[in-house]
Ligand binder design. Structure first.
Ligand code: NAD
Length: 510
């Protein structure tokens, strides 16, 4: 097991080098600051200037002004900006991954994977810039053409969470820019450095292709800065990713001004394991989904619903795998589980485990704190498996930490009912070799989530599909498929080329 950690000074040097490579210079900030911090040691890295109210107003005005030109730029030309951004992201994949690890604590392969997702969505959006199709519809009147046209929407406000500090920005930004929108981004206050790096690369891309300067703006700060996006009528769409608590505040405020919102909120994802499942495959899929990213993905597997006949065998294999999980320095190639984002997150995890025990659950593996002697301000913890007799209160909540609750079932109908009986509806999976079971799970009577998988865990989506979930997860869809439509407005056009005025539904008038 790794026993050492980089020092905060090592991490400062590495972060400064990555920022320098992408072209960000950190000046000594005057006025309001927030502190970039690393969960690897739990210590502060650098003070970063927070966006003042006047600068936020300037950013919104610039983004709005730029939209007026950008909306009329042909979409394939808009795609050129995204293509250039993708090239710069490729060039700086290692630098950006360093910043993701330093600020969000992701292990190396997951940090590189997050940057890869940004590159992939840029490729997708470049293609999309030539495919913003509308339909032609059969008109009921002779000599008439009925068609649907898609137009750019306006300024898109992107609010993002700490755990995908740059991929979520890119899903929104690459697609929004191709769609003719401009973007103002309010990243998590926990990840300012990676945000500065991404914003600088997009600024460079805009310079390289001659796009208007205001196509993108970055606002650094806490939720009060995010609230400016929520309340400003110039922001046509607020795309907000974070906790259900945040969505509950943001959604109604945007709706009150008749703005649009796209909400990507918390999940409480489950996997059903049936008696026919390939247990080797299931164990690997479950451990990655439940313990990977230290349980800090919105799609993390939090509930395992195992058939009674295989539950004991499965749990024994899982606990054996958990006992071998290397927890520690995420820069160490051997590590699979990095730190939690903060000691507050560790407190919430420990409270949830204590509640689960009070509600009748039994801890089968994990829970011990690691590296507290080396880094008392960091939060390294062994992922936990808790066997529970019923889906009690704590099991129905999202605790953003690596806790896997194990439930058992007798019939698949009962398993699906348990699966769906939580307020959230993001991701789900079934492990089975029985096609009828898989099809039932994917049917209208099956999983009620936005993502439903077979023989693969709940996390690790590809950008080609639309991403998002139902119920308290917020209902938004981002990334691939036709999620782009949320970033545009449609107009229905009726063109009369008949030379006669024919009213619909045979109405006579004059
Ligand atoms: P959070 O809700 O604390 O913060 C998310 C963002 O919202 C931050 O930028 C924060 O400053 C901002 N914010 C908070 N309250 C706000 C308000 N009232 N008005 C405007 N902005 C506000 O979430 P977090 O701890 O950073 O991230 C973890 C949560 O995000 C988990 O619940 C996770 O499931 C969820 N998440 C969901 C998805 C998804 O796609 N569904 C993806 C990633 C994370």
């Amino acid at each position: 097991m790794p026993r050492t950690l980089p020092t905060t000074e090592d991490l400062r040097t590495r972060a400064r080098a990555a920022l320098d490579h992408v072209g960000v210079t950190l000046d000594d900030p005057a006025g309001d600051v927030l502190h970039a911090r690393t969960p690897l040691t739990g210590e502060n890295l650098f003070p970063v200037a927070a966006t003042t109210p006047a600068a936020a107003e300037e950013a919104l005005a610039a983004a709005h002004q730029a939209f007026l030109a950008w909306r009329s730029t042909p979409a394939p030309q808009r795609g050129e900006l995204v293509r250039r951004l993708g090239e710069l992201l490729r060039e700086h994949q290692e630098d950006l991954a360093d910043l993701v690890t330093i600020e969000a604590g992701k292990i190396r392969s997951e940090a590189l994977g997050e940057v890869q997702e940004m590159i992939d969505i840029c490729d997708f959006a470049v293609g999309l810039s030539r495919q913003l199709y509308g339909r032609t519809i059969a008109s009921e009147r002779p000599g008439h053409r009925l068609a649907e046209t898609w137009h750019p929407l306006g300024v898109v406000g992107v609010i993002s969470a700490f755990n995908f500090p740059c991929a979520v920005w890119s899903w929104n930004t690459a697609v929004a820019l191709a769609c003719g929108d401009t973007v103002v981004w309010k990243p998590s206050e926990l990840t300012p450095l990676i945000s500065l790096a991404c914003a600088r690369l997009l600024e460079r891309a805009a310079e390289d292709v001659g796009a208007p300067d205001g196509v993108h703006r970055l606002l650094i700060g806490d939720r009060a800065v995010g609230e400016r996006l929520v309340d400003d009528p110039r922001v046509a769409l607020v795309s907000a990713t974070g906790s259900t608590r945040m969505g509950r505040e943001v959604g109604p405020r945007v709706a009150a001004r008749f703005g649009r919102s796209l909400l990507e909120l918390g999940g409480n994802n489950a996997a059903i394991v049936t008696p026919s499942a390939d247990l080797d495959l299931a164990v690997r899929g479950i451990v990655f989904a439940a313990a990977g990213t230290a349980g800090q993905r919105c799609t993390t597997l939090r509930r395992l619903i195992a058939h009674r006949d295989i539950a004991d065998t499965l749990v024994a294999r899982l606990t054996a795998a958990y006992a071998r999980l290397p927890v520690g320095d995420p820069f160490d190639e051997a590590t699979l589980v990095g730190p939690l984002i903060s000691s507050a997150a560790l407190d919430r995890m420990q409270e949830a485990v204590a509640r689960a025990q009070a509600e009748g659950g039994k801890v089968l593996a994990g829970g011990g704190r690691r590296l507290a002697d080396v880094a008392p301000d960091a939060a390294y913890v062994e992922p936990v498996v808790v066997r529970v007799g019923a889906q009690t209160g704590v099991v129905r909540e999202e605790t953003f930490a690596p806790i896997l609750y194990v439930l058992t079932y007798d019939t698949l109908e009962e398993a699906i009912a348990l699966h769906n009986d939580v307020p959230q509806g993001l991701s789900s999976s079934i492990f089975t070799r029985d096609q009828a079971e898989a099809e039932l799970f994917l049917s209208a009577e099956g999983s009620d989530c936005g993502i439903a998988n077979v023989n693969i865990g709940t996390s690790g989506a590809e950008i080609g599909g639309a991403f998002g979930g139902e119920k308290e997860t917020g209902g938004g869809r981002e990334s691939g498929s036709d999620a782009w439509r949320a970033y545009m407005r449609s107009a229905t056009n009726t063109v009369n080329y008949s030379g006669r005025l024919a009213l619909a539904q045979n109405v006579n008038f004059l």
